[in-house]
Design a protein around this ligand. Structure first.
Ligand code: FES
Length: 129
């Protein structure tokens, strides 16, 4: 059996939603100290819906494929659904990752969580004003 599924290879070679979102209102950046990979997630949320999402990943192929798939899974979805995205769901949508690469999907989950936290704190600040 090939080490990586066709879906992993596809999202690695043709990652969806790569880049910077200039008008993002939620930005999260996370890293894994062991492998040194870094992932940055940009969210544009309107009316509680993830209208747009982009990412920049400095990392391994599985991290790139995981970020790409994660963006596809939350794009157009309500914030409440995006919040529930797990690394397992990302890995499953990719038809699996090798055990020692599961942490790459964790990075995608954490990047989205971090961007959502940033969005929420911006909202709170707006309300305070
Ligand atoms: Fe660390 Fe892939 S090897 S995120």
């Amino acid at each position: 059996m090939a080490l990586y599924s066709e879906k992993v290879m596809d999202h690695f070679r043709n990652p969806r939603n790569v880049g910077v979102l200039e008008d993002a209102n939620g930005i999260g950046e996370v890293g894994n100290a062991k492998c040194g990979d870094i992932m940055k997630m940009y969210l544009k949320i309107e009316d509680d819906i993830v209208k747009d999402v982009k990412f920049e990943t400095f990392g391994c192929g599985s991290a790139i494929a995981s970020s790409s798939m994660a963006t596809e899974l939350i794009k157009g979805k309500p914030v409440s659904e995006a919040r529930q995205l797990t690394n397992k769901a990302v890995a499953e949508a990719l038809d699996g990752l090798p055990d020692y690469k599961m942490h790459c999907s964790v990075l995608a989950q954490e990047a989205i969580e971090s961007a959502l936290k940033d969005y929420e704190s911006r909202q709170e600040k707006k309300e305070e004003k």
